[in-house]
Design a protein around this ligand. Structure first.
Ligand SMILES: Nc1ncnc2c1ncn2[C@@H]1O[C@H](COP(=O)(O)OP(=O)(O)O)[C@@H](O)[C@H]1O
Ligand SMILES: [Mg+2]
Length: 164
């Protein structure tokens, strides 16, 4: 992930966790079948929380583990989904050995926490989401589309946002 053009941006204010869930449901409505979505922000910002809401909205049932230790958890929602947490990712060789290169080389939804820890290996994100803790349960979510696919998702999310 090096320099990437910014095609479109949006900023959401989440007053509480339900607002986070609403944004996730709106994104699910856009049917992100083949996209790289990155989630940046401090520990506790809500990256995993947003991802869990998104996976649930896409139909994943049961407990959704944070990939903190495994680095990757995969799902099938009618299309493949991989949820990464690169926080502990250190060794570029693992990109090959753990099969991450293979995952990124085929269509599917890739949700990536801590993309900056896999810099140089990650492709450009279609949609980058940066979460900032404001106070208490409030969060700011800054969205950036870096590709046409990402722009489509961002627009669909904003469109559906007040209806889900
Ligand atoms: N508006 C909000 N959006 C997302 N999470 C929130 C919000 N308000 C409070 N939280 C809480 O903040 C924490 C975020 O943790 P987590 O999603 O694991 O963060 P991260 O993956 O970014 O480290 C959770 O305990 C969640 O319940
Ligand atoms: Mg997390």
């Amino acid at each position: 992930m090096t320099h990437a053009d910014i095609l479109e941006t949006a900023v959401l204010h989440w007053a509480d966790e339900e607002a986070c869930a609403r944004a996730a449901r709106a994104l699910a409505k856009a049917r992100p079948e083949d996209a790289v979505i990155t989630l940046e922000g401090d520990l506790g910002a809500g990256k995993t929380t947003f991802t869990r809401f998104l996976l649930q909205a896409l139909g994943v049932q049961g407990r959704i583990k944070s990939p903190t230790y495994a680095v990757m958890e995969t799902y099938d929602v009618g299309w493949p989904v991989a949820h990464f947490d690169f926080y502990r990712f250190r060794d570029p060789q693992e990109w090959e050995d753990a099969g991450f290169r293979d995952v990124f080389s085929v269509p599917g939804l890739k949700l990536c926490e801590w993309p900056e820890k896999a810099q140089g290996l990650m492709p450009v994100a279609d949609l980058a989401i940066r979460l900032t803790i404001l106070e208490d349960c409030q969060r700011q979510a800054a969205l950036q589309a870096h590709t046409d696919a990402g722009r489509r998702l961002l627009r669909a999310l904003m469109e559906a946002h007040d209806r889900v």
